[in-house]
Write a protein that binds this ligand. Sequence first.
Ligand code: AMP
Ligand code: ZN
Length: 118
Amino acid sequence: MCLFCKIVNKEIPANIIAEDENFLAFHDINPKAPVHILVIPKIHVDSFDEVNGETMAGITKFMQDIAKETKLNESGYRVITNIGENGGQEVKHLHFHLLGGAKLKWEHFTDADPKDFL
Ligand code: AMP
Ligand code: ZN
């Protein structure tokens, strides 16, 4: 069973923010911003690459509700999902990072010259 499935099953503790029948939100253990929340479906989905529209519709509403409850929506925030090797995905269970609480940086993600790929 993967790490986040263990959190869903309460086999591993997490600092849970919100939960319903289908989704779970908890604080990232190694935050990269003042607010860093992870949102996952309770069913195991490997990554965004595998997710269906129904789960996306549900998790979108769930994330929007969290943004309202935490007031992230008032100051702005970022939603990120990493996919696979190049995306830097470490945990192979679909998760969305909700980041905020301060003005976030927006820089080049690689030393490769983007113009080489145009
Ligand atoms: P990613 O690199 O997109 O796969 O993100 C995985 C995230 O999970 C990282 O930001 C980690 O800090 C976070 N993480 C790993 N283990 C735990 C845990 N037990 N509880 C909360 N967050 C975790
Ligand atoms: Zn899983």
